[in-house]
Design a protein around this ligand. Structure first.
Ligand SMILES: [Zn+2]
Length: 79
């Protein structure tokens, strides 16, 4: 019988698609019956999506850096 703690223990394998078919079926059956685990899995997925996006798109893009440079230039008086 798949329990909530089993979902927590297997969440990494589930996200990485590394679970064997039996475990995967049990986990999906449990999340189908358990709204809390469904919410947990969805939150976890979203968190990974967000961090994945952040990794691909660093905060300081060339455009932002360029704007910063222009902004700094306008602030700094010529020597
Ligand atoms: Zn559960």
């Amino acid at each position: 019988m798949f329990m909530c703690k089993d979902v927590v223990e297997n969440i990494m394998g589930y996200i990485d698609c590394e679970l064997d078919l039996q475990t995967l079926k049990e986990l999906e059956k449990h999340t189908g019956d358990c709204p809390e685990c469904m919410a947990f899995v969805n939150t976890y997925k979203r968190m990974l999506e967000i961090t994945g996006k952040l990794k691909d798109k660093p905060f300081v893009t060339p455009e932002i850096r360029n704007r910063l440079r222009i902004l700094l230039k306008s602030k700094v008086k010529p020597a």
